[in-house]
Design a protein around this ligand. Sequence first.
Ligand code: C5P
Length: 222
Amino acid sequence: GTVPVIAVDGPSGVGKGTLCRRLAEHLDFHLLDSGSLYRLTALAALRGGVDLGDAAGLAAIAAVLDASFAPGADDLVIRLAGTDVTRELRAETTGNAASIVAAVPQVRAALLQRQRDFRRPPGLIADGRDMGTTVFPDAPLKIYLVASPAERARRRHKQLSEKGVGATLAALEREIAERDARDAGRTASPLRPAGDAIVIDTDALDIEAVFHRVLGLVRERL
Ligand code: C5P
């Protein structure tokens, strides 16, 4: 049969990354952090002096992206042309640049097959914005996480301060709102739940509760 994929979509800061890492570990599935491909494209553009308004230039970068993903202590170690860029990749500035790059249809097209190549036995957890709608429309389980912008800003703030990165709550909330608007408002694969996605509101649920809820669905569907 086909290799199972669990598509996990939703806006930034909703807890997809943590949930997906736990699911992949628990099920011993591969993990696709699709956002990192857009982040890498943005980073490569900034480093190569390619303007974020230059669609053709960005698509050319995405098409030949020399990226590698290796398991690290508690997160993936991501390299761009051999250099460890894990830290820069996680920065809010890179996330914001990524959302600009991600609105370019040619960039999305250039990254499509690369994402599908992550689908290998025994299965894949796919983390992103359009996993259920565009990249893996045949996924047997699609999860769409939601949470209020205030709650997402609080979580992101906690995550960043644990890493020693300073940021104010107000600035994070503003950036999250801007990024949401850009991701949901674009024409190419806008952020939205697939028709057959199961929407989970995580405002009142901790990661543990969400994880067990999804595991229950995995047992039903896969
Ligand atoms: O998930 P992450 O914050 O790493 O994603 C960074 C940006 O990449 C998002 O704000 C979004 O604009 C874009 N993205 C996307 N489609 C995906 C994953 C990420 O457009 N599947």
